[in-house]
Ligand binder design. Structure first.
Ligand code: ABL
Length: 496
């Protein structure tokens, strides 16, 4: 059968295959949305409106068992399966990163159980950063996680998970002690250091290529007794911009910088031509009376800020402040955006040269001024040597960044956050990254961060940038567990 409808829906699925898929999902009593359903436009919309893909169906399982059935149905019908947790993948990998995927939205897997004896939290992947933080902080505990409350745990954790406590606790994936997952053959397994170790290793760094995680088991930490939340702002000319970035790097690279300091340096469009706006922001999770002594290691090299905010308060207040939303509650729908983002991870044992920083600042002061996009660049401190993130060998998990000083995130939105995204926006960010990567001496090696995934990197050596020396083993495991690509058919997924 070939009808007009199937032509129009090309890319979602051809009618015969679709009919089978629908019948199978109905027989399994799985809540599903297909392209002809009224709910489809919403159900299939990406957070980043730069991408528009047409999934074969979007499913909403209510149990791990249903996830397993959906995976088996996808396999039987030859439709690649992809998990969506919060749906914030920068390149829409949560809806498959291409047309025709069977999306498994885990939003109903919302359980959060806390074991008071072991302090282990078992958390369904339908939860988001804000949900887990609210539940755990009420118990005086938390895990390492990022600042954005709406970001779902599935992708955030299996591809890293940086936050202001990461220098003390490690990344979110370092707080994992086990993951329950559905594998490409539909089997439901518990993975940990003791069971299915290979998959466990692969899930912590390249999750989407190997399984659908349904429950994450986290060790939890007592929350810091006090937290100082801060932001300092400057408007600086090119010369001063270069000098503060050099100072930021020098102060950051010192191995005696206490891990209780969470910090990032932000750049934005300068208020006046020829300037760049700068901020230092983050959380000091140590005793309040030590805050200025630590921050002065940075501030003494910066001019007087134009304004600042410093609040000695609680850990929870700090999460709220950095959420940008005034609340960690995730019940309202999140806003969409139309954006391009990239990352650059710098090695801690080879600092950016003054020449590289100078070229970067020129791009930011010039193109950053003329672009129509709204943008920010965040230079997160992951290192240095004594940071908990860097306490592990590169192959402890498949997540490879274990020798990083900074992860820089470059993010530009179209002027009204709606499509289209302008070509000059791509050029601006590519130049901002390229200004450094093309200037640094030979022998300096950079990487990129999977949680700030950039689809345009697929035209370069993304395998090396994202997975480094772990890529080969990931490929071996892919060959063993999923040679037919039930999972991970999206851009930047592990290839054979
Ligand atoms: C991230 O990874 C950052 O940690 C957030 O700060 C960032 O949020 C998101 N991703 C973006 O997807 C943005 C806010 O959405 C903006 O409103 C804000 O201007 C920006 O951070 C800088 O603080």
């Amino acid at each position: 059968m070939f009808c007009l409808r199937s032509i129009l829906l090309l890319g979602s699925c051809l009618s015969l295959a679709c009919a089978d898929l629908r019948a199978d999902l109905m027989a399994a009593h799985v809540e599903s949305v297909f392209s002809e359903d009224a709910k489809y436009p919403n159900a299939s919309a990406a957070f980043n409106l730069r991408f528009e893909f047409h999934p074969a169906a979007v499913t909403y399982p209510t149990s791990e068992q249903q996830v397993s059935e959906i995976v088996k149905i996808g396999k039987k019908n030859n439709v690649p399966v992809v998990a969506r947790s919060g749906g914030h993948s920068y390149i829409a990998n949560g809806i498959g990163g291409r047309d025709g995927s069977l999306v498994v939205d885990v939003m109903h897997l919302k359980r959060i159980d806390f074991n008071k004896t072991t302090n282990v939290a078992s958390v369904g992947t339908g939860n988001r950063n804000g949900d887990i933080a609210q539940a755990l902080v009420a118990l005086g505990r938390d895990v390492s996680h990022g600042t954005c409350p709406y970001v779902g745990l599935g992708g955030h954790v299996t591809y890293g998970g940086y936050g202001y406590a990461s220098r003390i606790w490690g990344l979110a994936l370092d707080d994992i002690v086990g993951m329950d997952a559905v594998l490409p053959d539909g089997s439901v397994v518990k993975t940990s250091d003791h069971e299915h170790q290979d998959i466990y290793w692969a899930l912590r760094g390249a999750g989407g290529s190997f399984g659908i995680v349904t429950t994450m088991h986290f060790r939890t930490h007592e929350i810091p007794k006090a937290a100082t939340t801060y932001r300092f702002n400057w408007i600086l000319d090119v010369e001063k911009s270069i000098s503060v970035l050099l100072a930021y790097q020098n102060a950051s690279a010192r191995p005696d910088l206490p891990n209780e300091l969470g910090i990032r340096h932000e750049l934005r469009r300068g208020l006046y031509p020829g300037t760049v706006n700068h901020s230092l922001t983050g959380t000091w999770n140590g005793p309040a009376d030590q805050f200025y002594a630590i921050l002065d290691r940075f501030l003494k090299h910066y001019p007087e800020p134009v304004d600042s905010y410093v609040h000695n308060g609680t850990y929870f207040e700090s999460l709220i402040y950095h959420s940008d939303k005034g609340t960690l509650n995730t019940t309202n729908p999140d806003d969409h955006d139309t954006f391009y983002a990239k990352s650059l991870a710098t090695p801690q044992d080879y600092l950016l040269t003054e020449e590289a920083i100078t070229k970067f600042v020129h791009v930011v002061a010039n193109q950053g001024q003329s672009t129509t996009t709204g943008w920010f660049i965040q230079i997160e401190l992951w290192g240095s040597k004594n940071s908990a993130i860097n306490a592990f060998a590169y192959n402890h998990t498949s997540f490879v960044l274990r020798n990083t000083l900074f992860v820089m995130q470059f993010y530009a939105s179209s002027h009204d956050k709606k499509p289209p995204f302008p070509q000059e926006g791509f050029e601006f960010l590519d130049n901002a990254v390229g200004s450094m990567t093309s200037t640094m001496p030979k022998g300096w090696e950079w990487s990129a961060y999977t949680d700030y995934i950039d689809g345009n990197l697929t035209t370069t050596n993304w395998q090396h940038l994202y997975y480094g020396k772990n890529y080969r083993r990931l490929q071996e495991l892919k060959r063993e567990y999923d040679p037919n690509f039930i999972f991970g058919k999206f851009p930047t997924g592990i290839e054979l």
